[in-house]
Design a protein around this ligand. Structure first.
Ligand code: ACO
Length: 382
């Protein structure tokens, strides 16, 4: 056996620098380009946070207006993307649907000019492609949910901002401002989180000088897993299984006896609570009051109380966002695609950062297979 110390799961390994965001588990804080995420969620539209992640500064009024105009111009579901989605079975997981749709965009994306064959684009092309994906994703996610429900596509509205238009395209009616605000906050909270598994995947792909869309497609694959983005969907399955607050204790005892992971709890970096949870929990509380669904808050509080007091493991962002998206009316299968629509801003900010200061990401491994051996009867060529 080798003497090399193995950092399984790269736990605790610092692999590079980043100026996009800073996670401090000691203070439970998360900064996007220096700004606390709670302040951004309380004061900014998602569009401004996307701009901040890409450019490093919050936009001026005219910069925000320009980004909004660019986003609105690319909001509608493109015919070739719709055709590709329609080829997929209705039972396909929406994460596969979105991954496929993004792939189709990448194969024909001339945003920012240049050839689609030019894999690692210029900084201008990569920024234009980032804006394109961010603008196109809401229609893809919204259409996916509507298609599964047997509903018609709802075209975008030019008079609505990003969050309100996203809800419009999903539900075909204008959402209450309270709901738009809660949804906008969730989009901001999901946007960026340093070298998480999907972002690191995007950076690995980028480090080979592959193209931006390939990196995003790979990141979507990493996000799908229930230990990462798929947890918001898994949280809702748990809520459905438990049913109501009175069932929490027996349900949890059985789940723990079966050594089940309780989705929406725990985090690789935060061990004393996730910095984003209080903001998302406040948004959930607003939705609970708006829809008059106190039983949702009761189940949430009961499971949190029981699990934290027994295991000392705290909720992560997926815990409040799962029931929040359910209250808004999203299907459970749509939750992780919503995460994509938000996190594409952080992924692409990291892709551009990696491109600007690239080194091929290629770690080492410690071999633990059989010792060298040989094929019986093999005689090497003279
Ligand atoms: N339920 C039950 N036990 C848990 C949980 C949980 N949610 N989280 C951690 N533990 C236990 C583990 O079983 C392990 O116990 P052991 O030492 O007795 O074996 C111990 O806590 C350490 O857990 P690890 O999984 O080794 O810790 P790691 O840092 O690798 O895991 C992770 C972090 C993967 C997020 C884990 O907490 C988990 O699986 N949580 C549930 C999935 C989830 O909610 N993911 C969302 C992440 S946040 C996001 O993507 C927005």
């Amino acid at each position: 056996m080798t003497e090399t110390e193995i950092k399984k799961g790269l736990a605790g390994v610092v692999v590079d620098t980043t100026a996009v965001s800073k996670v401090n588990p000691e203070t439970n804080s998360l900064l996007y380009r220096g700004y606390p995420v709670q302040e951004l969620a309380a004061t900014q539209p998602f569009e401004a946070v996307a701009y901040l992640l890409w450019h490093g500064e919050l936009p001026t009024d005219s910069q925000l207006a320009a980004l909004r105009a660019e986003e609105r111009a690319q909001r509608a579901l493109a015919d070739n993307v719709r055709a590709a989605i329609d080829l997929l079975p209705l039972e396909a997981h929406p994460m596969d649907e979105v991954r496929t749709a993004v792939s189709v965009i990448g194969a024909s994306d001339t945003a920012g000019g240049g050839s689609v064959l030019d894999a690692s684009g210029s900084p201008e092309q990569n920024l234009a492609r980032s804006v394109h994906l961010y603008a196109a994703l809401p229609a893809i996610v919204a259409y996916g949910q509507r298609r599964r429900r047997g509903q018609e596509l709802v075209p975008p509205r030019d008079d609505l901002d990003y969050a309100a238009n996203f809800l419009w395209m999903t539900f075909g009616e204008e959402a209450d401002p309270v709901v738009v605000d809660a949804f906008n906050r969730s989009m901001i909270l999901y946007a960026e989180h340093s070298f998480n598994a999907s972002t690191f995947t995007a950076r690995v792909i980028t480090s080979t000088l592959s193209d931006l869309t390939s990196a995003v497609v790979g990141a979507i694959g990493a996000l799908k897993g229930p230990l990462h983005g798929g947890a918001n969907e898994a949280v809702m399955h748990i809520f459905d299984e438990i049913g109501s607050a009175e069932n929490v204790v027996p349900w949890l005892e059985t789940a723990l006896a079966e050594k089940r992971k309780i989705m929406g709890f725990g985090h690789r970096v935060y061990k004393h609570g996730d910095s984003r949870v209080p903001t998302m929990k406040a948004a959930l509380d607003t939705l609970v009051a708006h829809y008059d669904r106190p039983e949702v808050a009761a189940l949430y509080d009961a499971l949190e109380h029981e699990f934290v007091s027994r295991k000392g493991i705290y909720p992560n962002l997926d815990y409040p966002s799962g029931p929040a998206y359910n209250l808004i009316g999203f299907d459970t299968l749509t939750f992780t695609p919503l995460f994509i629509a938000s996190r594409v801003t952080g992924w692409t900010a990291h892709i551009m950062e990696q491109t600007a200061s690239n080194a091929l990401i290629r770690p080492l491994s410690a071999y633990n297979g059989p010792d060298e051996r040989h094929i019986d009867g093999y005689v090497p060529d003279a």
